[in-house]
Design a protein around this ligand. Structure first.
Ligand code: UT7
Length: 329
């Protein structure tokens, strides 16, 4: 008996802190300028969570909104996959905390770590579960509070990152709709380019590790930049060609929001008009795993991604990792 069905998007949601950290705020914290940040990154402001909040709070809100938009109740959810590199705690998984807060009593739950590419990895995994017939309702939530691991004394990284969460409810798609192809990849030789050095088994937390600021994110900006442009372009090309499609078929590109110059390089390479590329970086900065999920939710809610549209979601990040998803919405 053939159980295979196509997995599709039943609903989307996102959640962002209300507190804004602007470029002029950062000018008062480190040696930087609104002009440098704007021209080098495209970022004007980002959102920062309050001290008493955690990743699961925003993830839960994003999931609630995705369920509401799908008209599905929490007890119908079979599985919650949370993509994050800033979990509430190293364990238990943040997905288990979300499961409890949502009241998704039937759902299994686990976290997935693929840095900024985590949303695409989680979508790919959840799609395979749906297609296999094992599960019929899966919440994929990408959530990160990067402010928690950002060094606000390091101007080369602290201007980039923000906090947020985005969620998608996946289930069996209507005919001709759903995820048509995925392209995932990793190159661990670049692991040191984007890393939180301490807090794991290699450098457990000690007074020395904290004093050396090793629990903060570190990034080799230029190496990551070069990798990012190549990864975005090649992953998009591969995911389209594996479905027998072309860039000209795309209705909307939803890229990871790391730097407007990376997004623009991809847009120009593909000769896409600006209206076909979703950009949120000016208002949220780089929100890690959640950036593509938030951008997708905003695109759907603003009517920029409509039922039947062909959408490419593409990103890259620590690992190094990359991923692209081809979706008929
Ligand atoms: O989602 C994770 C993936 N991450 C990324 O995709 C990030 C990719 N990389 C980038 O987006 C860019 O490399 C950055 C935005 C991080 C940096 O831009 P850049 O054009 O590559 O600058 P740079 O690192 O080459 O630095 C140029 C200059 C340096 O000064 P000198 O040595 O030329 O005097 C830096 O010290 O800019 C200086 N600089 C700053 N100046 C003012 C670095 N950060 C700042 C700052 N404000 N915030």
């Amino acid at each position: 008996m053939d159980y295979r069905v196509q997995a599709g998007v039943l609903g989307t949601g996102s959640a962002l802190p209300s507190r804004v950290l602007s470029n002029s705020d950062l000018e008062r914290m480190v040696d930087t300028s609104d002009e440098w940040i704007t021209t080098r990154t495209g970022i004007k402001e980002r959102r920062i969570a309050e001290a008493n909040e955690s990743t699961s709070d925003y993830a839960t809100l994003a999931c609630q909104r995705a369920l509401e938009s799908a008209g599905v109740s929490p007890d119908e959810v079979d599985l919650i996959v949370c993509a994050t590199v800033t979990p509430d705690t190293m364990f238990p998984a943040t997905a288990s905390l979300i499961q409890h807060k949502l009241g998704a009593t039937r759902a299994a739950a686990f976290d997935l770590s693929a840095a900024c590419s985590g949303f695409i990895y989680a979508l790919s995994l959840a799609s395979a579960y749906i297609e296999s017939g094992r599960y019929t309702k899966i919440l994929v939530v990408a959530a990160d509070l990067l402010s928690r691991i950002t060094d606000y004394e390091d101007r080369s990284t602290c201007v980039l990152f923000g906090d947020g969460a985005g969620a998608v409810l996946l289930g069996p798609a209507d005919a001709q709709k759903g995820f048509l192809a995925f392209d995932l990849g990793s190159d661990g030789s670049g692991a040191e380019f984007l890393i939180q050095p301490a807090g794991g088994s290699r450098v457990p937390a000690t007074i020395e590790s904290v004093e050396s600021r090793l629990h903060f994110l570190r990034m080799s900006g230029q190496e990551t930049f070069k990798f990012a442009v190549k990864a975005m372009v090649s992953a998009t090309e591969r995911v389209l060609s594996s479905a027998g499609m072309d860039v000209s078929d795309i209705d909307l590109l939803v890229p990871h929001q790391a730097n407007i110059r990376i997004i623009e390089a991809a847009r120009r390479k593909f000769d896409l008009v600006e209206e076909k590329v979703m950009v949120t970086i000016h208002k949220y900065g780089n929100t890690s795993s959640s950036s593509m999920a938030i951008a997708l939710d905003e695109a759907v809610r603003a009517g920029r991604a409509k039922s039947g549209d062909l959408v490419v979601i593409v990103g890259f990040g620590g690992g190094l990792t990359w991923g692209a998803a081809l979706l008929r919405l």
